[in-house]
Design a protein around this ligand. Structure first.
Ligand code: VGL
Ligand code: ZN
Length: 249
């Protein structure tokens, strides 16, 4: 081999290894990104017109102003862009639902009664199937699936996983099929549906992160208690969403 062809061979070899390195770097990066997002799902809980001030909802929760709704929409869009699958729960009651005070003559809104042996808050009618107030305030294109709950007129269903009668929704099946191990939960209301969904997720074996500042509660005292209970039962409660850090929690 003469000097010239030796040089050419070296150049070719160097170019090949550089190219190989680039391809490798890319696959490792993709694999990492893929892994980061594939086993972690987002559950946006009950971001529906009837629970918000912006939509003049029948059960508008304190703090659900335009700034809050936009912050949830923006955070969810960023999570979707980062590759996370997004799921939403939707309160979806029939008009004769047992949680509506209007279906119990003489009862007042927010009074607590015993129903099937359990405490039941008498809510103003809300999230009635196909009504404007039941609409989810997120771009549908962001959502991989919507899990409806609270359809049985006899039982309330704060949890996105099951109702108070013990009947399961599609949630666990959907997450299991998608290979999800960890869920990030936020939405409305911290002290009811967010709490119940997060606690059921823990008992079903998921790692759970709850984002406090993307959630609003019906009342300050019950929300503070709900945060404590979630923490004590293994939910990682974080003040703000930090997409980069989700993997470390
Ligand atoms: C909820 C009360 C009644 C909630 C639903 O989304 O937290 N609260 N139904
Ligand atoms: Zn409800």
């Amino acid at each position: 081999m003469n000097g010239r062809s030796f040089k050419v061979m070296i150049v070719v070899l160097l170019a090949m290894s550089a190219l190989g390195g680039m391809v490798m770097a890319k696959t490792t990066k993709q694999a990492k990104a893929g892994k980061k997002c594939l086993d972690t799902a987002i559950i946006v809980v009950d971001l529906q017109g009837d629970f918000t001030i912006t939509e003049k909802g029948s059960l508008a929760v304190e703090g659900t102003d335009a700034t809050y709704v936009k912050s949830v929409q923006d955070a969810t869009a960023r999570l979707k862009a980062a590759g996370f699958p997004i799921y939403a729960t939707q309160d979806w009651h029939p008009g004769n639902h047992a949680s509506f005070y209007t279906n119990h003559p003489g009862k007042k809104p927010f009074e607590v009664i015993k129903l099937e042996g359990k405490d039941q808050v008498m809510w103003p009618p809300h999230c009635v199937q196909n009504s404007t107030g039941a609409k989810i305030l997120l771009d549908e294109k962001l959502l991989k699936a919507v899990v409806k709950k609270g359809m049985d007129p006899r039982y309330d269903s704060y949890s996105g996983f099951q109702d108070d009668g013990g009947k399961e929704t599609e949630m666990d099946n959907i997450l299991k099929k998608a290979g999800i191990k960890k869920v990030v939960i936020y939405g409305i209301a911290t002290d009811y549906c967010v709490k119940a969904t997060a606690l059921d997720a823990v008992s079903k074996g998921y790692k759970v992160i709850m984002v406090k500042n993307l959630s609003k509660g019906v009342a300050a005292d019950t929300s503070a208690k709900a945060i404590d209970e979630m923490k004590s039962k293994g939910v990682a409660v974080t003040d703000d969403l930090d997409i980069e850090k989700l993997e470390e929690i």
